[in-house]
Design a protein around this ligand. Structure first.
Ligand SMILES: C[C@@](CO)(OP(=O)(O)O)[C@H](O)COP(=O)(O)OP(=O)(O)OC[C@H]1O[C@@H](n2ccc(N)nc2=O)[C@H](O)[C@@H]1O
Ligand SMILES: Nc1ncnc2c1ncn2[C@@H]1O[C@H](COP(=O)(O)OP(=O)(O)O)[C@@H](O)[C@H]1O
Length: 275
């Protein structure tokens, strides 16, 4: 059985407070984008002691198999349901350390895949509970629809927002930003404008109102990331921003314009598509 975990972008991200547990309260809007990994499982029929084998292709992921979030997702449900052993095939296309939630998406889609394949009959709400233990933004990928998130990024309200038809140009330079480090460099504060309100305004107004608080700490450290954002605006983006804690930057373009060809360098990951 195969599934295609997709990435997300953050539309706005306000970091409002540091909590006693070291995490940060924030508000953001998660929006799914059609950049996809491929994830497949086969039941292992041979009598081996091993519960899983992970086969990886595409972009490299740092860490051992046990650290991979698809394995963590499998082991989480295995503990509860004693699942059959599986072969896991993961083709990695979503860049890591990009603020695109690729690892979280793989984990959430693994939970959904196992639920379906082994008829575990878990509801979305239950799957979200499991997902939340694997990463702050992981539960978003269970329903995978536009979502306003608050708390540590794990308290969700659905949004009726649709950007259908808009074009997206997303660039990830060859820079890995650590989410943990990015948080440590931010000075939390209450936002000037409420994100819930801004998101109801036309996209053409977002540039003046919607911010990603990570940009103020990440751009000075990695000026290239800020330059990509400027380049997207110069080439006609209606709204451009870094996604999550970076390092990817996206531009939203009107449905009917032709986006010029821009050279972001050979080492950058570039995706152009429609939302
Ligand atoms: C902040 C966001 C916004 O989308 O960044 P991106 O990962 O997308 O860039 C995400 O919610 C991130 O979610 P996720 O990447 O799952 O974070 P986790 O693995 O849970 O946390 C990584 C580290 O970030 C810090 N962290 C995370 C979330 C939060 N609300 N406050 C924090 O301070 C903690 O130091 C934690 O150890
Ligand atoms: N299936 C996976 N895909 C990508 N990264 C993974 C995966 N499993 C574990 N990781 C680890 O998670 C970290 C963050 O990756 P990812 O979630 O893709 O980025 P981001 O948090 O920027 O969206 C990486 O350092 C990687 O080692």
């Amino acid at each position: 059985m195969i599934t295609f975990p997709n990435a997300k972008i953050n539309l706005g991200l306000n970091i409002t407070a540091k909590r006693p547990d070291g995490y940060h309260n924030l508000e953001t809007v998660f929006y799914p984008v059609p950049i996809e990994d491929a994830l497949e499982i086969h039941v292992l029929n041979n009598s081996t002691d091993k519960k899983f084998a992970l086969h990886q292709a595409g972009m490299e992921i740092t860490g051992n198999a046990e650290d991979n979030l698809v394995v963590k997702a499998y082991l989480l449900l295995d503990k509860e349901f004693n699942l059959p052993p599986v072969d896991i095939h993961l083709y990695k296309h979503i860049p890591s350390g990009a603020g695109l939630g690729g690892g979280s998406s793989d984990a959430a889609f693994m939970l959904k895949l196992l639920n379906e394949r082994f008829e575990l009959k878990l509801t979305d709400e239950k799957l979200e509970e499991y997902a939340a233990t694997l990463g702050a933004d992981c539960a978003f990928f269970i329903k995978n629809t536009p979502t306003y998130a608050e708390g540590i990024g794990n308290i969700f309200s659905p949004l009726s927002l649709s950007l259908k038809g808009y074009q997206i140009l997303l660039v990830k330079p060859d820079i890995f930003v650590s989410t943990r480090e990015a948080f440590s460099l931010v000075r939390p504060h209450e936002p000037e404008y409420s994100l819930k309100e801004i998101i109801t305004h036309p996209v053409s107004e977002w540039k003046e109102q919607m911010v990603n608080d990570f940009e103020a700490s990440v751009f000075p450290q990695y000026p290239v990331i800020g330059e990509i954002k400027e380049e997207l605006y110069k080439n006609g983006a209606m709204y451009a921003a870094m996604s999550g804690s970076g390092s990817s930057v996206f531009g939203l373009f009107a449905p009917d314009i032709t986006i010029p060809d821009i050279n972001f360098g050979e080492r950058s990951f570039v995706f152009k598509g429609k939302l």
